[in-house]
Design a binder for this molecule. Structure first.
Ligand SMILES: NC(=O)c1ccc[n+]([C@@H]2O[C@H](COP(=O)([O-])OP(=O)(O)OC[C@H]3O[C@@H](n4cnc5c(N)ncnc54)[C@H](O)[C@@H]3O)[C@@H](O)[C@H]2O)c1
Ligand SMILES: N[C@@H](CC=O)C(=O)O
Length: 489
């Protein structure tokens, strides 16, 4: 890996401002999914080292919370500026460990830095309020206070932005953070730690622990001094972490799995709608919680839509993310490919018709060729599951009531897409869809101002927007009694 600043590539945990080996000598390789080559190793910390991280965060908390919001702003903006100054190196590290194209990786660095800028500002708007007193000679009000140490457990598909969307909010609120990244993509997190140190963020405030996932999280979830858990990942693991956090009644926010419907109305131009659907489906090679998972097309334009979708899909360039022009990189590991192949076999066995999907053309064992199914039904895995791969399913529908029922036929409720220009149809679908986010005539829907999150089994709480910082703040009510009486209060 060629970096302008090789010190950004760190193969240690970052605890209490120190780069840390595993005392027990345990370590794990990190592999470039495009070619299977080992790009580095990470230490798997022992339990006493994980606990020492909590000790360090606990000690550092008092001074960090005592800073004014505008002082924390300066630290966060220094971190933000360093991310953008090192954008190319951060992108190189990300493509090597995650596989996404360099273009997508550069975009994620920008996306991740935008959350730091957003919450640097939001920290200055952690406002309390006063309320007219119902108690004689008293003044009532609230103040916002940091909840305490926040544990941030993050996924491999957005290995930088899923950290900064959480960490920036927590740090701005006055909370120390302990980040536990996915072992598939730790180096983006460690590069963020290096830049946090250069930004002057004090020791113990931004920590990155590495270890066997279940072992680390069960230990930290049981830790009473950790007051908040923010998790982004699968619904399966989210359920586990909710259980593990119950004993210490942590503040939890969960950004979990998705199964986005992409609904195309009868008034849409089939070609335009197909172009948008391809973009929504194959973003991050389909390994995206917002990926269009079920494509629902009005029967009147279904055949034309399928023709255009297939043509555009078959133009996508599959290859190493380091090669300019790559559209689809590898999946994160062979298990993900095997899962996708199982979804493909299931759809075929249940009568779906396949276009593309010639796996013989895959440029490596971790690649899955883009695959389209028509005639998809709710009995198929491609409908029921979050495919998290470049496998698309199209289903025809007849009317709005049917498409709302079909779209809601999932335990997930993260994002949905609606493509139509009919305002009455837009409003009916927007209100009828059971999803946390509905995007109308736009694939791009996220960003710092957005209250990002899902309903049903896609999560709890919201990240970003004007409420994201609330996940890390407590509201303290006060009553100042015994005051001199004042008229008209
Ligand atoms: N809603 C969102 O904002 C959002 C964003 C990105 C990814 N996701 C979801 O994440 C999933 C893909 O990411 P993933 O494969 O990393 O998810 P994952 O749930 O397997 O892993 C997420 C994190 O949890 C850790 N983990 C794994 N097993 C664990 C266990 N038994 N106990 C404790 N921690 C454990 C992993 O090491 C990783 O750090 C998809 O379902 C996707 O929809 C959701
Ligand atoms: N694309 C999503 C990440 C989920 O996989 C986002 O923007 O948060």
């Amino acid at each position: 890996m060629k970096l302008n600043d090789p010190r950004l590539f760190r193969q240690y945990a970052y605890v209490d401002g120190r780069w840390t080996h595993a005392d027990g000598g345990r370590e794990a390789p990190v592999v470039n999914p495009a070619n299977g080559k080992v790009i580095g190793h990470i230490p798997l910390l022992e339990a006493h080292q994980i606990r020492a991280c909590v000790d360090a965060a606990d000690v550092a908390f008092a001074a960090w919370r005592a800073l004014r919001a505008d002082e924390r702003y300066e630290y966060l903006m220094a971190w933000h500026d360093l991310m953008l100054a090192h954008r190319e190196d951060l992108a190189q590290i990300m493509t090597h460990e995650q596989g996404k194209s360099l273009a997508d990786a550069r975009g994620e660095v920008d996306y991740g830095a935008s959350f730091v800028r957003w919450f640097a500002e939001e920290g200055k708007r952690a406002l309390g309020e006063t309320m007219p007193s119902h108690i004689p000679n008293a003044a009532l009000g609230t103040i916002k206070e940091p909840v305490g140490i926040a544990l941030l457990i993050t996924p491999w598909n957005f290995p930088l932005a899923m950290i900064t969307r959480k960490a920036a909010a927590a740090l701005a609120a006055g909370c120390p953070v302990i980040v536990k990244p996915a072992n598939e993509t730790p180096f983006s997190a460690l590069a963020l730690a290096e830049l946090a140190e250069r930004a002057g963020i004090p020791a113990g405030i931004f920590n990155v622990v590495l270890g066997e996932a279940a072992e680390v999280s069960s230990l930290l979830c049981a830790e009473e001094r950790i007051k908040a858990l923010s998790f982004t990942g699968s619904t399966r693991v989210g359920r586990l972490l909710l259980e593990q956090s119950a004993a210490t009644v942590k503040r939890v926010s969960m950004e979990l799995g998705g199964n986005a419907p992409f609904i195309v109305g009868p008034d849409m131009d089939p070609k335009d709608a197909a172009e948008a659907a391809v973009a929504a489906k194959f973003q991050t090679s389909g390994q995206d919680c917002l990926a269009a998972n079920r494509i629902l097309v009005h029967e009147s334009i279904h055949d034309d839509f399928v023709e255009h979708f297939a043509a555009r899909m078959l133009e996508l360039k599959v290859g190493d993310g380091l090669e300019e022009g790559t559209d689809l990189g590898p999946l994160i590991h062979r298990r993900a490919v095997e899962n996708a192949l199982g979804i493909i076999d299931d759809a075929l066995s249940k009568g779906a018709s396949m276009i593309g999907g010639d796996q013989a053309k895959a440029p490596g064992e971790n690649f899955c060729m883009p695959t389209l199914f028509t005639g998809v039904t709710p009995k198929m895995r491609v409908w029921r599951e979050e495919c998290f791969s470049p496998v698309a399913g199209i289903t025809a529908y007849a009317d709005e009531d049917e498409v709302i029922r079909l779209a809601n036929d999932t335990e997930y409720g993260l994002a949905a897409y609606v493509y139509t220009h009919d305002i009455r149809r837009i409003w009916k679908l927007l209100r009828g869809l059971e999803f946390g986010m509905v995007s109308v005539n736009s694939v791009k829907m996220t960003g710092p101002p957005v209250p990002f999150g899902g309903v049903k089994q896609s999560g709890l709480g919201r990240e970003g927007g004007t409420t994201g910082i609330d996940e890390y703040l407590e509201t303290k009510y006060y009553c100042l009694g015994g005051l001199a009486s004042v008229s008209g209060s």
